[in-house]
Design a protein around this ligand. Structure first.
Ligand code: C2E
Ligand code: MG
Ligand code: MG
Length: 613
């Protein structure tokens, strides 16, 4: 709307003024109309009161010049009728009268007259009084218009304010990225659902707590913008498997909560969880790359025991944690015993953060042996945690926690530095040859760091280790990520002649084309195949196939978990070059490893026909 108030309208109405002259003396009418017509006004005439009222009804005049004394109906009576009708009450009336006494004038104003002119007329006086009244009308019209415009503007502003207010309150309950309801709204809805359930126990509802399993590496490697796009796509996919009445909430980060209301039976919540897990088997296409994510879901099925929505969420979260700990990409229903498990896990998580400072972590080493000669050609570094109260905790229990919490970055960096430091000591002690290598396990999170190669450079410079003596063990999933940072890191490592080994080969989504395009040097057959090798033809066949693949791709093959001499003999027949396992040695603390290496090196010196360590 135009905010400027329009004033020009009022002057236009003056120019179009239509004046009704009412007088029973024709001479007076003629005189007045000539005078007014000459001054540019339009005039109409009436010679008695009844005629005047009919003319006024037909078209409302701007102004009336009304004679007081007329037969049948005098001017006062006409005026009274006009002032009693809302349609004509606003028309100004100027009385005309020969009488000049004060009582007449008072009566004229009492019945609603606007002004009074005494006969005989003076041209200037009539015109001045007419103009005066018209100016008053114009001013009134202007005021009226201004009021209308003002009212319109106030209405408009009020509406704008109301819209802004409702937007503000909407924002208070929405997540700004996905525009899904947020935690505040969830809490309100949970409170409502809980109180409804108390009055009507039939009303069943369930709460699902979702946490994305692989969001952080995607976010770290593809960048935050892509991470945001992924979150939006995730929220859309979640929405597509839910009913209209279900509440999907983004708590923050990669955490979502779903409130399933009006459930026929609480078990249908598990069907929803199944549908969600299934829907994420399809990858997302992000920046022309396929990105796969999965979810760990915690479910509270029986909400009837809760009064506090915070407690309900805490338990759904605890169940989600358990789903993660049990291998991710699955759901877990909350049971009270779970709470203890989660508390213990949280304690472990806190203890782990202190473990490096408190020097509770150590690397053990397992020899890697050349099968044909029995020589130790290198070692694999395997981390151990000596917990002050729980004793020795195996890596399978704490590495997943470290990965989830991001602590793996610090822990992995420590392991790399420690392994290189030990190798340098052994080199200085002259118990290993210059080609002896140390293999260090590297997790996917570590590998996705943009400065991973820089960290390695620093460690190598600090410990004075030749890059060729360091091997990094990664799992198939790392190269399957195929993100920009992973690709850059692989080529950075290749430039420095740092070899890569694919660990636990055969257990992941092996893709030969990936192996080929990244030209990885070493393949480690997972120990589960070696373990079952002699038990079934199938497993033997798998090992044979892997040996063939390694040969065709000119990769070194290392068999993990060799425990028996039969397994060793079979692997030798197949042409597998290297191996490690309890048959040769369990992983040893570094002091024991020094003894073993020293003894083997001594043996080697005594029988120089052996190939070097
Ligand atoms: P991995 O890299 O596949 O390591 C081989 C595992 O097999 C080790 O378990 C080792 O002790 C075990 N092993 C070796 N020979 C035999 C055998 O003959 N029989 C049997 N039954 N087991 C054998 P460990 O030390 O418990 O490590 C488990 C996993 O933890 C490792 O599997 C690796 O994935 C991870 N890990 C260990 N240290 C680190 C580390 O510093 N960083 C990272 N990111 N992961 C690590
Ligand atoms: Mg390994
Ligand atoms: Mg392995």
């Amino acid at each position: 709307m135009n905010s400027e108030i329009n004033l020009s309208h009022s002057s236009a109405s003056v120019a179009q003024a239509d004046i009704l002259i009412v007088d029973d003396v024709l001479e007076n009418i003629r005189l007045l109309s000539t005078m007014l017509d000459f001054s540019g006004y339009q005039t109409r005439k009436a010679t008695n009161g009844a005629m005047a009222l009919t003319a006024i009804k037909a078209t409302l005049p701007s102004l009336i010049l009304l004679d007081v004394r007329m037969p049948n109906m005098n001017g006062y009576e006409v005026c009274q009728q006009l002032k009693s009708d809302p349609k004509t009450v606003h028309i100004p009336v100027i009385f005309l009268s020969a009488a000049d006494d004060i009582t007449n004038k008072i009566e004229a104003f009492r019945v609603g007259g606007a002004d009074y002119i005494t006969k005989p007329f003076h041209v200037e006086e009539v015109l001045a009084r007419v103009q005066n009244q018209l100016a008053i009308i114009a001013a009134q019209q202007t005021i009226h218009q201004l009021n209308a415009q003002l009212e319109e503007r106030v209405k408009e502003r009020t509406q704008q304010l109301e819209t802004a207010n409702s937007q503000l309150s909407e924002m208070a309950f929405r997540d700004p990225l996905t525009w899904l309801p947020n935690r505040a709204l969830l809490m309100e809805c949970l409170r409502k659902a809980l109180s409804q359930q108390q009055t009507n126990p039939e009303d069943q509802f369930a709460v699902l707590y979702l946490d994305c399993d692989r969001f952080k590496p995607v976010n770290d490697s593809l960048g935050h913008q892509a991470g945001d796009d992924l979150l939006i796509a995730i929220s859309q996919r979640l929405g597509s498997v839910l009913r209209q009445e279900d509440l999907l909430v983004r708590l923050g980060g990669d955490e979502f909560v779903i409130l399933l209301d009006n459930l026929v039976d609480s078990w249908s919540a598990t069907q929803v969880a199944d549908r969600i897990l299934k829907s994420f088997t399809l990858p997302f296409n992000l920046r022309e790359r396929d990105v796969s994510v999965s979810f760990s879901i915690g479910i509270v099925l029986d909400c009837s025991t809760y009064c506090d929505p915070e407690e309900l969420l805490r338990d759904a979260d605890a169940a989600m944690y358990q789903a993660k700990a049990s291998g991710k990409d699955q759901y877990q229903i909350f049971e009270p015993s779970l709470y203890q498990t989660v508390c213990r896990r949280l304690q472990l998580e806190m203890d782990l953060r202190q473990a490096i400072q408190r020097q509770e972590l150590a690397l053990h080493y397992q020899p890697i042996v050349e099968l044909a000669t029995g020589n130790i050609v290198g070692v694999e570094a395997l981390i151990r945690w000596h917990h002050p109260t729980q004793g020795l905790i195996p890596p399978d229990r704490f590495i997943p926690i470290a990965e989830e919490t991001g602590f793996i970055l610090k822990l992995g960096n420590w392991a790399l530095r420690e392994a290189c430091r030990h190798l340098r000591q052994w080199q200085k002690q002259h118990i290993v040859t210059s080609s002896f290598s140390v293999s260090v396990n590297v997790s996917a999170h570590q590998f996705a760091q943009p400065d991973f190669v820089k960290q390695i450079d620093e460690i190598l410079a600090e410990t004075q280790i030749d890059p060729q003596c360091l091997k990094l063990e990664i799992t198939e999933t790392v190269i399957m990520q195929d993100t920009a940072f992973v690709t850059d890191n692989i080529s950075g490592l290749q430039q420095r002649s740092i070899q890569l080994s694919i660990d636990d080969f055969g257990t992941g989504y092996s893709s030969l084309s990936y192996l080929h395009s990244f030209s990885v040097e070493n393949l480690k057959i997972d120990r589960s195949f070696i373990h079952r090798m002699h038990k079934s033809k199938n497993n033997f066949g798998v090992v044979t196939a892997i040996v063939q693949i390694a040969k065709a791709m000119r990769m070194n093959l290392i068999a993990e978990g060799i425990e028996t001499s039969e397994q060793l003999a079979q692997l030798k027949v197949l042409g597998c070059q290297f191996g490690q396992g309890y048959l040769f040695s369990k992983p040893l603390p570094s002091e024991d490893m020094v003894d073993l290496l020293a003894a083997t090196f001594q043996k080697h010196l005594e029988s120089p026909n052996n190939s070097p360590i």
